[in-house]
Design a protein around this ligand. Structure first.
Ligand code: BTN
Length: 329
């Protein structure tokens, strides 16, 4: 724990030296404990410069996900104000659900290096080996459940923000919430919520995001491999913790706007990012396939499709496949 706090302070001070005395005062620990933590971090692969009378400075470190890498940069955030990093779990959504049922507070974020039982939309599994960022956040919006259903669309825009901030490239959204780069799937989002049976009150919402960082597509089944991409495959290199910070900060900004009711702004942003619009698409539902035109996203984030007879229909579920835009679950 002390190690994580020392790491967080060193990260926050960037290229400036931080004196051992300063660290010991800020954390309320002895100078010897600071030295011990610095040595332990060095053992973990961190390069920490030290200069007499000036103190310590972080010069580099391994590309790992651990609280000390993240917490210093999430200080003002509601989303991510508490953070758990796991090496492995069945599913970050499932684990967070267990913690939500045990009373965990809003804002808790859970990150895993790999998942053994990753879940996707429509009951599908989501293969989650090392090489991805598997992240879930717990929200408890004080709202009617009907007002929380489109959080997943807001989250899609936030994830585009997070990727853009971390990597300098803005992905696109395949309706309803696949995140694509070069027409292939980079991230999947699974939003789940619980409503109390008796009162109809919303208990919790969990938004889970899986992002391919440098996952080797060959580990995926052939069909999924063809539809998937990763940041590395697109020539983008990013530290895992930087991507996690950017995603969490973007989700935090989104959630504040969500609570403030700034819906029109996010609807406009969603429409601008949505690659499905203005294209011929195939609507796949109840075992049927139909050629339609993806005309617009309405005020409830539903996809309005034009049928061959010219009639319009707002679609809120089902799958839409668009030539040139791939996706997998
Ligand atoms: C989909 O594309 O169908 C949604 C995939 C969502 C995957 C993420 S990874 C983190 C979180 N934990 C899960 O088990 N699923 C979500």
């Amino acid at each position: 724990m002390i190690q994580e706090q020392v790491l967080a302070l060193l990260k926050a001070s960037g290229t400036d030296y931080l004196s051992g005395q300063d660290i010991s005062r800020r954390l309320g620990i002895s100078r010897a404990a600071v030295w011990k933590a610095v040595e332990a971090l060095r053992q973990d692969g961190y390069r920490i410069d030290s200069l007499t009378r000036r103190g310590y400075r972080l010069a580099g470190g391994p590309d790992v996900l651990r609280p000390g890498e993240l917490t210093g940069q999430l200080k003002d955030c509601l989303v991510g104000r508490e953070l758990v990093c796991l090496d492995e779990t069945d599913s970050t959504n499932t684990e967070l659900k267990r913690r939500a049922l045990a009373g965990a507070a809003e804002g808790l974020a859970l990150i895993a290096r790999k998942q053994t039982g990753g879940r996707g939309r429509q009951g599908r599994s989501f293969l989650s080996p090392e090489g991805g960022l598997y992240l879930s956040i717990l929200l408890r919006p004080p709202l009617d459940p009907t007002r929380a259903v489109d959080l997943t669309a807001w989250a899609a825009v936030a994830i585009c923000d997070g990727v853009e901030e971390a990597c300098g490239v803005r992905p696109q959204i395949k309706w309803p919430n696949d995140i694509l780069l070069s027409g292939k799937k980079l991230c999947g989002i699974l939003t789940e919520m619980e409503v109390e049976g008796e009162t109809g009150a919303l208990q919790w919402v969990i938004v889970g995001i899986g992002t391919n960082i440098d996952l080797d597509p060959q580990v995926l089944p052939p069909e999924a491999a063809a539809a998937a991409t990763s940041l590395a495959r697109e020539g983008l290199s990013v530290r895992r913790s930087d991507l996690a910070v950017c995603q969490l900060r973007a989700l935090d900004r989104m959630y504040r706007d969500f609570l403030a009711g700034n819906r029109a702004r996010w609807l406009a942003r969603y429409r601008a990012d949505c690659a499905t619009l203005g294209r011929q698409a195939v609507l796949l539902r109840r075992g049927t396939q139909e050629e339609v035109f993806a005309q617009e996203v309405d005020d409830q984030f539903r996809l309005v499709v034009r049928h061959a007879d010219g009639s319009l229909e707002a679609v809120s579920s089902g799958e839409v496949s668009v030539r040139g835009l791939l996706g997998y679950a």
